[in-house]
Design a protein around this ligand. Structure first.
Ligand code: CA
Ligand code: CA
Length: 562
């Protein structure tokens, strides 16, 4: 992260325009004067205004080199094509690393990149290889090296709940069962792979099981689909294979893994899943002590909290993300004080509960991902709410995740998985590495917030808002590392107020979750200064004397006066 911030800060200081700060800042000695914000805004192009704001933000500080960073989820297929076949690939990702660095991203999560029979590649047929459509192992090594040189960490999807049905383990197991005389018990010495999966003999096919073709009376568990046979975590031999896979990639230089479908290891059995997660964490840590794991546990708050008993580094915060998570619910209740006031309370409650079960936990907030669609669609394609949703996510503690294209306010053409995974919108004309849509994907009729190319030069774009939000987060590590508590005195009407504390550091984040501007009385906070502000509409966040002015959906970060 330090390298990222150094490079960013160097770039920004070259662009620095003395005496300007879009954030606004009155008489705070830590914040450069905003002299004639309006005049300055008129004299420079819009994009320059963002650059100036970024330069000011970078002066605030920088994040330590740990896992509390902004991670960016990439579906390689749809991200960037480097060789003209219109399917995204690893060299395409490499070609956009400077772009990601400029956004402030400190880590990338690669969705599965192994050989697979499906476009999404969640049914893996070889865990220690790269899908030829995406490139070669050399490309992968190149990607790791290029990320290392930029201070960007790489985690990869690890699909352990199931393999692909074309994986050699499954094919050998099926072929053995086909050869088995009716009624005979399998001999694991003759075919150890039978033990790798959940095969049963039964009169009728149990729920979530599938018949083994050519072996009457035999069934296997395929929770997600027949092409995704579930593995048997009770098998020591299977676990030894999984350990070998983890070692292979950790030794290749990945920082860790995103653990797919952790609640389905033993479907419906939380205790057992917690034990598997504990084993995975311990196994990976034994291979690489500094590894970082984040699990997908798509569960309600109470159940998800229980999973932290496993000691897992991190779990995606489903209760806050997604189209029915806390962030979206609060935004849908924008302007309603009784809804808005619950946001800060919920942040404190979640942190307390997760921390109780794992004191070293790192939260993983996210808004959207490849399974849930696009944030702009959840808020009625409203650019203001799309932006504030981004800040609400990025200003949560932990490792904040951004799904590719979210920083552009991309929308979906349909409610289905392929449409959630549409090509990254580099530009309107569809070149610059734009890929073909994945099979079954419906593209939207239009992207109301535009492509990266169109948004880059627009200070009011979602993209430039994201850049500033990420920059603030990176410059003030108390935002990502701090323990959140409700700042009850300020958490009133439609302003959400959260204090964060981390070692001797603290900050207060205020968000105006309303489309009307508002003033906040800070007379009890005379020792606090406005460090940074975020505006969804170009109207500045300012502090004049004891009055903090928050425009519609505006955000302010206060820090103690040094
Ligand atoms: Ca390609
Ligand atoms: Ca399973």
């Amino acid at each position: 992260m330090k390298k990222v911030m150094k490079a960013l800060s160097l770039l920004l200081s070259m662009l620095l325009f003395a005496g300007c700060a879009a954030a606004g800042g009155e008489s705070d000695p830590s914040v450069p004067e905003v002299s004639g914000t309006e005049g300055a805004a008129q004299s420079v192009s819009k994009a320059e205004k963002t650059e100036q704001a970024l330069a000011e933000i970078a002066k605030l500080g920088q994040s330590p080199d740990d896992d509390y960073r902004v991670w960016y989820e990439i579906f390689v297929y749809s991200y960037c094509d480097s060789d003209g076949d219109e399917i995204g690939d690893l060299q395409g990702v490499i070609s956009k690393l400077d772009e990601l660095q400029a956004l402030g991203v400190g880590g990338i999560w690669l969705m599965p990149i192994h050989p697979s029979t499906s476009y999404h590649k969640y049914n893996v047929t070889d865990y220690e290889a790269i899908d030829p459509a995406y490139g070669t192992m050399e490309d992968f090594e190149d990607l790791i090296a290029q990320c290392n040189s930029r201070g960007i960490k790489v985690i990869m999807d690890l699909v352990l709940n199931h393999t692909g049905s074309e994986h050699t383990w499954f094919k050998q197991a099926v072929s053995y069962l086909q050869s088995l005389p009716e009624g005979a018990e399998p001999d694991l010495e003759a075919c150890p792979y039978v033990d790798y999966y959940n095969f049963v003999q039964a009169e009728e096919c149990p729920v979530t099981y599938c018949p083994v073709s050519g072996a009457p009376g035999w069934f296997y568990e395929g929770h997600f689909s027949p092409e995704m046979p579930d593995v048997n975590f009770g098998s020591e031999s299977l676990r030894a294979e999984l350990e070998k896979i983890m070692a292979f990639w950790l030794n290749k230089g990945v920082a860790g893994f995103r653990l797919d479908a952790a609640k389905e290891f033993y479907s419906g059995k939380t205790e057992e899943n917690v034990q598997v997660l504990r084993w995975i964490q311990q196994t990976a840590t034994a291979i690489k002590p500094e590894c970082y794991l984040v699990a997908e546990v798509w569960e309600s708050f109470d159940t998800l909290t229980q999973y932290y008993e496993s000691g897992i580094n991190s779990i995606f915060n489903y209760p806050f993300g997604n189209n029915n998570g806390k962030i979206i619910k609060v935004l849908q209740g924008a302007g309603n004080a009784s809804v808005v006031s619950t946001y800060a309370t919920a942040l404190e409650k979640a942190d307390t509960a997760y921390r109780r079960n794992n004191p070293g936990y790192i939260d993983s907030p996210f808004l959207s991902n490849h399974d849930v669609g696009r944030i702009a669609g959840f808020v009625g394609r409203d650019p203001a709410k799309t932006k504030l949703a981004g800040a609400m996510n990025l200003f949560m503690s932990g490792s904040a995740y951004v799904y590719y294209g979210e920083e552009l306010g991309m929308v979906c053409g349909a409610i289905d998985d392929p449409s959630y995974r549409a090509p990254m919108l580099w530009n309107e004309s569809g070149d610059q590495g734009m890929t073909q849509p994945p099979p079954g994907c419906t593209l939207p009729e239009e992207y109301p917030m535009g492509s990266l190319e169109r948004q880059r030069g627009d200070d009011d774009s979602v993209y430039n808002y994201y850049r500033q939000a990420i920059a603030i987060r990176n410059a003030l590590p108390v935002i990502s590392h701090g323990t959140p508590t409700v700042e009850a005195t300020l958490n009133t009407l439609c302003v959400s107020a959260v204090r964060k504390t981390w070692n001797d550091d603290s900050c207060i984040i205020l968000m105006n979750i309303d489309d009307a501007e508002t003033d906040v009385d800070l007379s009890d906070y005379s020792d606090w200064v406005l460090a940074a502000g975020l505006s969804v509409n170009g109207n500045a966040v300012t502090k004049q004397g004891d009055t903090l002015h928050l425009p519609a959906f505006g955000t302010a970060v206060l820090i103690p006066q040094k």
